[in-house]
Design a binder for this molecule. Sequence first.
Ligand code: ADP
Ligand code: MG
Length: 751
Amino acid sequence: NALIGSFNRSKPVVEYPRRADGRFVYPSEIFGENVFSLKMMAKSLPKPVFTAFLKQRRGRQVLDKTTADAIAHAVRVWAMDRGATHFTHWFQPQTGSTAEKHDAFLTIVGLSMPSGEEAVAIDAFSGSQLLQSEPDASSFPSGGMRTTFEARGYTIWDTSSPMFVQKGPHGTKTLYIPSCFISYNGEALDEKTILLRSTEAIARATHDLLSLIEPEVHVNHVVSTLGVEQEFFIVDRSLYTLRPDLKIAGRSLVGNLPPRHQQLEDHYFGRMPSRVLEMLSEFELEAIRLGIPVKTRHNEVGPGQFEIAPSFEESSIAVDHNLITMELLHKVSHRHGLRVLFHEKPFKGVNGSGKHCNWSLSTDRGENLLDPTVRPENNYRFLIVLLCILRGVYEYGPLLRASIACLANEHRLGAHEAPPGIISVFLGSQLNEVLDSIEENRPLKNFSVPQFQSIKVGGTKLDLKVAQLPVIARDLTDRNRTSPFAFTGNKFEFRALGSKSSPSFPVVVINCIVASAMIQMAADLKAVMGDKPRLTVDDKLKVIREWIAYTKPIRFEGNNYRQEWIDEANRRGLPNISKSPDAFAYLIKDKYKEVLTNTLHVFQPDELEARFNIMHERYVKDLIIEGTTLKEMVLQKILPAVFAYRKSLAESASSLTSLGCDASPELAVLSKISKAVVDLQENTSILGRDLVVVETQRPHDTLDNEKLSYVARELIFTAIERVRADCDYLEDQTPDSLWPFPKYTELLLTL
Ligand code: ADP
Ligand code: MG
């Protein structure tokens, strides 16, 4: 029925907006129309209020009550004109997703007045409601940082990210107020507060470094920029609802590959299924209205796998937009009878999904500090910034690894589709040669690309030798899809992130490790400069050369998926961290903790410890959820189905025998299946036992989460794999009509 339903379902018709005269509206005209942008604020606020707001935003002034009241009034009118009935602070607790609690603008006044007074309904929104709200923090992960009696938490309006309205029921809307989430004592309970602190840290460090190397250029402000490529699977919703594993754990816990999956390499960049395209374009329409600069959409490698990417923005805005993107995709796909799977590895044997973080630094003059301009070898600023990144990754690679560690990503990393647990940096042959030649103090070698010497900004000219095609600019770097951290022309791409995680913490780590290297770089440069008024070219070259030599072990240009690299990395002393609990451990090791806390003040020590606890706790809970789901699927669905099959085999064998016919084929199958059933029962009871072991040890005060996550990894992780192997064998042997779940063939190939 689910399959037939998926074909007969009527599709929602998405009308692309038109003008009164019937012509289509251009996307640029509706871009950001649901955002209370700076421009909109400038229009709707009295000038002194707007000026006060800008001053606050630049960190020069606190927001006073009058200003807040005026902004609250203006944004309420703006939002209500667009259909808003409610407002909500929108924040990012450490759950991996976002949180919101809606309040109505509708307010009844006069109820407490002397009797006889009539209650009056008004619409109201005050400055203090805009600035702050108080959700009960005890129901969000805190990593044991607060005891319950002081479990107050506050959400505080983050003025760096604009407010927006989003669709609610019956065409109404809700006003979203991006917020930070902190405890009564001011500790960060969320992702955003930390991200904003890290943004300040990298801005400061970059600014100080630039003033040293180019004192004549005045840079006021530096921001880190981020462009997030998002991969995901789409499955038919009715088939999805028949898979408890997808619903509960986000990934399939049983299932065999269909005979054709991704081996023909025909899905990547193929034509999109029309249902998916319909859904994605409706998503894009909403995203554009929310000011999300969606740019690309295409098929990914796996069947049913897709990717979208926006243009890059300031990091914290880009993170907000990535989270809204995921929520929007979820909502819109629902309307289309589809389900988006953000899990890192929903299907065994099929490529998993990642989230690539493209990261760079930009000045307030709009210059990209990772743009190697015309002659990278002469571009000291570029080289110095590049070396800071190399050094940050070299010294603190395990922090990057920790920032992307979670149960789901463990199934993907190192599985021939994503880099292994070793963090290294890919630069591309050209940039590599630039560094080598400086280190060896020799001229640049020629490159195989013939017109290399005439590079233009943005790329090498590449002649395709086909008359009809124009000469196109080639990316400065060759492509190496296997590297976890790759230079891609004018930015770095951190590719090890899982598709489901928020990009927030990984970006925090990049910001921090680069900032710390910049502080070191500034110190090294000052040391060679001595008493001179400014740095000479030789000073810069000296430090650059030292840093090139020092950071060499982190550079790797080959195939990161190969065993040779694992051996080589081992020789170089680069850690290979395959299990999440091992990765989390780095968060609280002295050297790593120091940089995040005392050096840069991005975390307070107990905030970092709390995060460490939360990550372990989450890991254990995820394992318990997966294990329990699988156990229930086996006991309630798979075993009964196989028992029914055994019964029918036994019945046919006995009637055949009673008729004097040969029942040996039925009996052969029966005995094969019976053996497998015994294994499955046994392994499932081991899984059940292991679940009890972990569940009963689960600490209430969260202090022993670390120990427990190793136990859970050891017991539940392996038990799940054993049970799965038995199930997958039985799926193969059981008639399709009896198997209780839609199989990979239906899930992956029905769109
Ligand atoms: P690819 O798949 O080749 O990596 P995409 O075009 O899919 O390329 O994604 C590239 C991403 O990098 C886009 O989101 C783009 O906006 C982003 N990007 C480009 N320049 C920068 C930059 N200076 N800083 C951050 N992100 C950037
Ligand atoms: Mg990419």
